[in-house]
Write a protein that binds this ligand. Sequence first.
Ligand SMILES: Nc1ncnc2c1ncn2[C@@H]1O[C@H](COP(=O)(O)OP(=O)(O)OP(=O)(O)O)[C@@H](O)[C@H]1O
Length: 475
Amino acid sequence: MEYSSAKSALSMAASVAASAVLLRTFANDLFPYQLQTYISSKLETYFARFSSEMTIAIEDSCGFAVNQLHAAVELYLGSKSFPSTRRLRASKLENDSSISVTIDRDQEVFDLFEGIRLKWRTSSRQVETGIGSTTYSESYGNGPVPVVRLFLLSFNKKHKVKVMDSYLPFVLNRAKVLKEGDQLKIFSASYGCSADAWSSVNLKHAATIDKVAMEPDLKSSLVADLDRFLSRKDYYLKVGKAWKRGYLLYGPPGTGKSTLIAAIAKYVNFNIYELQLSNFTTDFELRGLLLSITNRSILIIEDIDCVKCTSDRRAGYGGRTVDSSVSLSALLNLIDGLWSCMGEERIIIFTTNHKENLDPALLRPGRMDMHIRMSYCTPSSFKVLAYNYLGIHDHPLFADVSAQLREVSVAPAHIAEELMKYDDPEPSLKGLIEFLHLKKMEDQQALDEGDEHNRVDEAQLGEEFEEHMSEMQMI
Ligand SMILES: Nc1ncnc2c1ncn2[C@@H]1O[C@H](COP(=O)(O)OP(=O)(O)OP(=O)(O)O)[C@@H](O)[C@H]1O
């Protein structure tokens, strides 16, 4: 008897489940996706009115830029142990030293901050291309439909201010500390063409983007460009281009090109690979080395104006160049070919002290997408150096320094040296003003001597010309 009632209950449950599946399929067929999402978002808004809970959605990108908060939350949640979570997601990228763990999609975890209970959930939604409301979707779809990943943070409405002003900044801070634990490396190529031809040391450079003294607008556009590049994987895939970005850093010695490279590497968290083209005699050697460069890396080619003739078109792909070293154009062709099939993000940075000596073919977009001029110290870049070396944002002597800087061309490296001479701002700034004053006098003297020299040359030329003319007349 008991057996037969259990059996009938089971078959009833099975038929209810089957009907539910059928109904769902029917509803999916009958109502278009946009309508379903519209109805569910309306229902959510309606019920939210009666709830004391509020939710903040943190998407992985803001337009084209990477959302730093999303990246920070991912890092922060990954670093925490959530005993109640049943499903986690683990991964290890090529350059990571350890396995990173984060909560899996649609899993909920609870965090506690100053007595406030916070619920984190992961989700995703498809990017809307047409007009319509934004919707949270459970499906990624089959094709390469761009998907926005998000974290949903829910908590009691009454804690809104605390969450915004304290908890989220706390998460950002924690993520920063965790990130700084990652040790970046700088690789240099010795002779050979295999992966072990690269030898590495830890990147210990103290520079970060905010410590680089350069024009604020230029710095902002560089950061925006990097963010945009990093967030455009789907775009590069869609248009079938190698996911790479090329930067040309140019400017006089000591203006911070190497400093900026280290700062960029830290900002994007990529390893650096340095290549000396003069070390290679054939494209074949170079090819082997380029293939062994890992994803998420920056390839540096320094002083490209000193590299053998870049416009040597005879030195084509696969060929041997005339003076038995590889030309820059051959390297760029190799990179275009190899990296376009690899699909992961890479940055290539070229540096030069003499942009004017470069072949215009090299400067085209796609090869060097952004040209960044590192200039002599200006009043605004001086303020960054003063903060780096003296820890001050302002001082009565800043006006004198700025006035001098408008009249002399001095590389930030020289200013840095002067600022390092004393710990105390007063003698340090006075010393700098004195240094700038002397520099101005030296420059003026050199100019006068140059003028004098030119005048002597001109007078001499004039005499020679007259002598020549009178000789001609005699003939
Ligand atoms: N723009 C800058 N911002 C901050 N520090 C700078 C800057 N420029 C130079 N410095 C300081 O001067 C030192 C030398 O600068 P760096 O090597 O970056 O210049 P560079 O332009 O690469 O020079 P070179 O062309 O000779 O290689 C750095 O270690 C740094 O301390």
